[in-house]
Design a protein around this ligand. Structure first.
Ligand code: NAI
Ligand code: MG
Length: 365
């Protein structure tokens, strides 16, 4: 049976980069590598325009029924004034929440052809391949109480609360150790047990889960030191697991080691169910880029890389994923560049041209 894939192109450059993924899907089917049954729906501003909400119940049901969801990007100035509850981003948040996507995987890969575009020196980043595993549905972004109150003297007091339970830490730790087994067998866990109770529990639970993975090496690192190490000697890390807040910051640091925002894919995974499958959403890290939307400027590699992650993590098609990742590497090695990664004054490909370059590289493999 073909794999069921829901495509949610969204807004701005979302549909443009999703169009390139559809080219790749077409090639994979034609070459007999993998066949997908694809459906399309709306999310974000485009859904607001059509239905008055950023994600309809019907679209959510389709996402729930699919084996995986690919999302382009949501948002843009057109919807700056809609009510907070139905802003474009609320559609994405609802998807993450209702599908229970607690594990955010963000690879930071430095392609040899782009090593000079990194914020660091070539020798520090050449061959870099880190996987940041960020807890996505707990921690200080969601903990209660969360409020601003007015004190008797008229000044204010703001409260955010960091909350983690054993169960939340266990499941994200399992994701990290399982991933490490398929990679180089090393996990670093970042928290601040020196100043935070949630850090104490995080370290304790990760250590306990590690006992089930004697073949994987575990290192604990303080999150602030980790930020420093990522910039000093990033290749020391393989899988890096951390909470929602530290993961937000550390993954953005790691992103700048690799070049452009247009190159970064991501996966958000839910729990494994009784049948051994899990909900999953794959999306580029970048947003809808209204400044370049509609001009054939957008780099589609983050979106195409997100499909590669879907092949690997939702469909068990590791070889096809390697093939696609390899095609991206080849296209770059052959000199294919969109505007964001092209050297100044050189000719760049458009979005569609880069999609074609990846398909050509796939054919050549
Ligand atoms: P952005 O990621 O859309 O753009 C930041 C900068 O990077 C822009 O200069 C843009 O042109 C460039 N850029 C982004 N993706 C690119 C690509 N594939 N190729 C070439 N250049 C690329 O972030 P920004 O400008 O802060 O937000 C724009 C809109 O996107 C907002 O409405 C924001 O809320 C939304 N957004 C949505 C996200 C999502 O759907 N997951 C994530 C981040 C922002
Ligand atoms: Mg961030």
């Amino acid at each position: 049976t073909p794999y069921k894939l829901l495509l949610l192109p969204g807004d701005g450059i979302g549909p443009e980069v999703m169009g390139q993924v559809e080219k790749v899907i077409g090639f994979l089917a034609q070459a007999g590598i993998a066949t997908f049954e694809t459906e399309h729906d709306l999310v974000g501003g485009s859904a607001i325009d059509a239905h008055g909400v950023p994600l309809t119940d019907a679209a959510l049901a389709r996402a729930d029924a699919a084996d995986a969801v690919l999302l382009g990007a949501v948002g843009g100035p057109k919807w700056a004034d809609v009510a907070y509850e139905i802003r474009p981003e609320a559609g994405l948040l609802r998807l993450r929440k209702d599908l229970g996507l607690f594990a955010n995987l963000r690879p930071a890969i430095c392609y040899p052809a782009l090593a000079d575009a990194s914020a660091l020196k070539r020798e520090l980043v050449e061959g870099l391949d880190i996987m940041i595993v960020r807890e996505l549905t707990g921690g200080v972004y969601f903990g209660e109480p969360k409020e601003i109150t007015t004190l008797p003297d008229g000044t204010k007091r703001a409260v955010d609360t960091q909350v983690y339970t054993t169960g939340e830490i266990e499941r994200i730790a399992h994701v990290a150790f399982d991933l490490a087994r398929k990679r180089s067998g090393r996990v670093a866990s970042a928290e601040k047990h020196n100043v935070m109770k949630s850090g104490v529990l995080w370290k304790e639970v990760v250590t306990r889960v590690h006992a089930e993975y004697t073949d994987v090496a575990l290192e604990h690192v303080l999150a602030d030191n980790c930020a420093m190490q990522l910039v000093r000697r990033p290749k020391q890390y393989d899988v890096l697991v951390t909470d929602n807040l530290f993961g937000d910051v550390l993954s953005d640091v790691a992103a700048m080691l690799t070049g452009s925002l247009g190159m970064l894919p991501s996966a958000s995974l839910g729990a494994v169910d009784a049948k051994g499958s899990r909900k999953a959403l794959y999306e580029p890290v970048h947003g809808s880029a209204p400044d370049i939307a509609g001009r054939d400027f957008a780099n589609p590699l983050a979106m195409i890389g997100s499909l590669a992650m879907a092949l690997r993590y939702s469909f068990g098609l590791g070889e096809a994923a390697n093939l696609l990742d390899g095609a991206i590497t080849d296209a770059l090695a052959n000199g294919a560049r969109t505007r964001d990664i092209a050297a100044e004054g050189t000719q760049a490909l458009g979005t569609a041209g880069m999609g074609d370059a990846v398909v050509a590289a796939l054919k050549a493999r």
